[in-house]
Write a protein that binds this ligand. Structure first.
Ligand code: ZN
Length: 438
């Protein structure tokens, strides 16, 4: 399928489908190229991700002065991450992800009451489109850029959610797809890739082993690995999570954000998104404190924050929170910088705390998250109890993935259904016995 058949196919769009023509036409003149995050050396906008002088990560540069964005203009645009297109690193029209992003920012009063805080929100990417995780943001941008750069094979190293999203976007774009995962993933995560028909390579090892292999494959075969050689573009998609928080709060910053940390893409880009909105004049005020939550069984960033280190020391993951079980986070340095710059904290929580938080969120707010979301909520609870998040200050908790993909984590802890025959008398006997106990 030609990648731009979206423009001309007979596909009838639903109310939320956002054709690219709804966006400002022509090239994105504000996107200039790449530069090293550390030494600021400029690089061309190619599939480059590491500085050849200092090995720092590369990131896109924009001419913020050339961006004329207003709140009113953004409000008129379709509800997807492409509504902030001027601040994303593509040069032509978006190719995919027309319904990705703009997920609900849910005000959670029942949960807030339970935790004894005044103003709490869940930014809920467990309902992101099309594969129910925050990864649909980063893949929408990376896949569009992959098409612009002429890649024919879309690939990734993944703990599950990313593979789901890469496989779905590749299917839609008609690209060949190859995803690499550890061989111990949850059944729902595996199925969530397989249905889209990619080649799945389940590698004997953990994520860090998979990632090392993929770096070699990317170098040798020139495939478009969204989180390796396309990482400079991929990571920018995560900014939209921060943009949306500000817009959905009525163009203001919250006081606190608690983000999960796996490879470390999301947390620094939430902050980068917050800063960029201020840079282009869409919001002002003090930046939020950004807090990093990890599972205690894989907490290299939290340990580094506690020890006063600049870089995390790699660990061997051991946690039920497999989607964030990355022992050697690629952007760990940037996470540590971002947390320190905003006066935030790091927090590590146990597997039982993660499961309790998954259930608490489900039972108070009707939101079912995977262990990564349980980790951020459990982390927020801990920070509130320790007084690091004051009870009268606004708080956004990041929920990045969906609990239906990791059902086995909670399934044996939930109430079994009451099994009855079809006879009314049996129901009546059960009900009356229950009332008697109550
Ligand atoms: Zn450099």
């Amino acid at each position: 399928m030609p990648v731009d058949s979206f423009h001309t196919s007979g596909h009838s769009p639903g109310p939320e489908v956002s054709p690219p023509t709804a966006l400002s036409p022509g090239a994105n003149n504000a996107f200039i190229g790449l530069q090293c995050h550390l030494c600021k050396t400029p690089f061309p906008a190619e599939a480059l991700y590491v500085c050849d002088r200092c090995l720092g990560p590369l990131e896109p540069v924009y001419d913020y002065g050339a961006i004329r964005l207003t709140r009113e203009e953004i409000a008129k645009r379709p509800k997807s991450l492409w509504r902030y297109r001027e601040l994303l690193p593509i040069v032509g029209q978006p190719r995919t992800g027309f319904n990705a992003g703009f997920t609900p920012l849910v005000r959670c009063d029942r949960l807030a009451e339970r935790l004894g805080v005044d103003e709490l929100y869940i930014k809920d990417d467990s309902v992101n489109h099309p594969t129910l995780s925050y990864k649909d943001r980063v893949v929408a941008v990376a896949a569009t850029r992959a098409v612009e750069l002429g890649f024919k094979v879309l690939a990734c190293a993944s703990t599950g959610n990313l593979a789901n999203s890469v496989a779905a976007h590749a299917a839609r774009l008609g690209l060949e797809c190859c995803v690499f995962i550890p061989d111990n993933l949850e059944a729902g995560k595996l199925l969530g890739s397989a249905i889209f028909g990619p080649t799945i390579l389940a590698i004997a090892g953990n994520y860090d082993d998979v990632n090392r292999l993929c770096t070699q494959v990317a170098d040798r075969y020139g495939w478009g690995f969204v989180n390796i050689n396309l990482r400079s573009y991929y990571a920018e998609g995560a900014k939209t999570y921060g943009f949306e928080i500000v817009e959905q709060l009525g163009w203001r910053y919250p006081r606190h954000v608690v983000s999960p940390v796996a490879g470390g893409t999301l947390l620094p880009r939430i902050l980068r998104g917050f800063r960029e909105l201020r840079e282009v004049g869409l919001v002002d005020g003090e930046l939020p404190r950004v807090h990093a939550a990890q599972a205690a069984g894989c907490a290299p960033v939290v340990r580094a924050l506690e020890a006063g280190l600049e870089y995390p020391e790699p660990v061997r993951p051991d946690t039920i929170a497999k989607s964030i079980a990355i022992g050697n986070p690629a952007d760990g340095y940037q996470v540590i910088q971002s947390v320190r710059a905003t006066g935030g904290s790091g927090v590590a929580v146990s597997d039982p705390q993660i499961i309790d938080a998954i259930r608490l969120l489900a039972e108070t707010e009707g939101i079912f998250t995977e262990p990564a979301g349980g980790t951020t909520l459990a982390g927020a609870v801990d920070l509130i109890q320790r007084g690091l998040i004051p009870r009268d200050e606004s708080l956004v908790v990041c929920v990045t993935g969906n609990g239906y993909k990791t059902a086995e984590v909670v399934s044996d802890r939930l109430a079994a259904p009451v099994r009855l025959s079809r006879a009314f008398k049996e129901f009546e006997a059960w009900w009356e016995a229950r009332q008697a106990i109550a």
